[in-house]
Design a protein around this ligand. Structure first.
Ligand SMILES: Nc1nc2c(ncn2[C@@H]2O[C@H](COP(=O)(O)OP(=O)(O)O)[C@@H](O)[C@H]2O)c(=O)[nH]1
Ligand SMILES: [Mg+2]
Length: 380
């Protein structure tokens, strides 16, 4: 999962690390140059505050070349250890001088933007991530000894989690508090995993103690009703159906009526796959929405479709008000960018990720879960 993403990111990390190393060694050179000559103004000024208050080993404590300028207090009163002063002075220099500036970040940020774009992160989203990482890193102080790769990771991780946490919607909380029956409609193009996701969500809801009714709203594709019926049979839930070729609005309407009459908690309505370019089918979808008034409209697409999925999410969202997305086939996705992009483009949360073909292969979306996997900090 997401191997390509991890691979691409290493360019950003390496580039940032080498920039920092470059600056650190320049600063180190300055420190050792300063060691041979007179201490710098800054060291003179700061030495007082750097001195340990009670250091017994005065004899070895005073590095010749870092001798502080004369101050009012006597030498006897403020001894210092051999190493601490030099180390502190050194880190002080670094705090003063190894600060990442905008020009240092040009190369690493370019590498990051390329990595994101090549990982199916849409352009405006990649730009926003880069902007956020940049504002986090410009002016960041880098001390010697710290893992330089960590700085890149932390900064990117924060940017991604922040982006993915916007417009958060907790599905469990939503279902719990919504008026019953909760009407959930699934839309998207053909073959992306709508019907499979409905079965998975039905199982998920059952496991959480809810009763579920399925609506066989894909009356268009041959075999679609039977496909959902097999799931309904396996899960032991009621499915409302009409004939193939019938009006999907009527099927879904009937399923809602059934749920009301039988006190069922949730209606999950399937629909035919449709391309956003098919005017008739898009009109039909708007009619379903207008008449059945779903509480939550879920756009389903497959992670492996990358930028195509992002574009479809945008166009569906313009046509009907999407409340959230499910991204399927994440298990087969090497890039990982579409989840990030779809949440951003629709302004609506990703609710679940499909990670396989069995009922259990549904992961409730958590920004950290995804980012851990994208950054390679957790196994797929
Ligand atoms: N690997 C994998 N396959 C999936 C996932 N979700 C759905 N599929 C498969 O994708 C194919 C199309 O799914 P289906 O639910 O019929 O798509 P629909 O046309 O949108 O209803 C089926 O073979 C599913 O088993 C997933 O998360 N991972
Ligand atoms: Mg289907």
């Amino acid at each position: 999962m997401f191997n390509r993403f991890k691979e691409k990111l290493s360019g950003f990390k390496d580039s940032l690390s080498s920039k920092i190393q470059e600056k650190v060694s320049k600063a180190e050179d300055r420190v050792s140059a300063g060691k041979k000559e007179k201490p710098s103004k800054m060291l003179e000024a700061e030495t007082e505050t750097l001195e340990p208050r009670s250091e017994p080993e005065r004899a070895i404590s005073k590095p010749n070349n870092l001798e502080p300028a004369k101050s009012n207090k006597s030498e006897e009163a403020k001894p210092k250890s051999k190493f601490s002063l030099f180390q502190k002075a050194k880190s002080l220099v670094f705090e003063q001088e190894v600060v990442l500036e905008e020009k240092d970040l040009e190369e690493p940020l370019w590498a990051l933007e390329m990595a994101l774009l090549e990982s199916d992160v849409a352009l405006p989203v990649a730009e926003e991530i880069v902007k956020s990482v940049k504002s986090d890193l410009v002016g960041a102080k880098k001390k010697i000894g710290a893992d330089t790769g960590e700085l890149a990771e932390t900064s990117l991780r924060n940017a991604l989690v922040d982006l993915l946490s916007r417009n958060h919607l907790d599905f469990d909380e939503y279902v719990q508090t919504a008026k019953k029956p909760v009407k959930i409609l699934f839309v998207g193009v053909n073959g992306t995993g709508k019907t499979t996701s409905i079965a998975k969500v039905a199982k998920y809801l059952q496991d959480n103690g809810y009763s579920v009714v399925l609506a066989a709203g894909d009356t268009f594709r041959a075999g679609a009703i039977e496909q959902l019926e097999v799931h309904a049979g396996k899960l032991g839930v009621k499915m409302v159906k009409h004939k193939t070729g019938g009006d999907p609005t009527a099927v879904i309407y009937d399923a809602i009526e059934y749920a009301k009459a039988h006190n069922k908690d949730v209606v999950l309505a399937d629909t035919a796959g449709r391309l956003h370019t098919n005017i008739n089918l898009m009109d039909q979808m708007r009619k379903i929405v207008r008449v059945t008034k779903p509480d939550l409209l879920i756009f389903v697409d497959e992670a492996i479709a990358g930028n195509d999925a992002v574009e479809r999410a945008r166009l569906f969202n313009e046509s009907v008000p999407i409340g959230g997305s499910i991204l399927t086939k994440t298990d087969a996705d090497a890039k990982g960018g579409s989840a990030i992009s779809i949440a951003y483009i629709t302004g609506k949360p990703v609710l679940f990720l499909g990670v396989g073909q069995t009922y259990g292969d549904l992961v409730k979306f958590e920004p950290n879960w995804l980012v851990d996997r994208l950054m390679g900090e957790a196994e797929a």
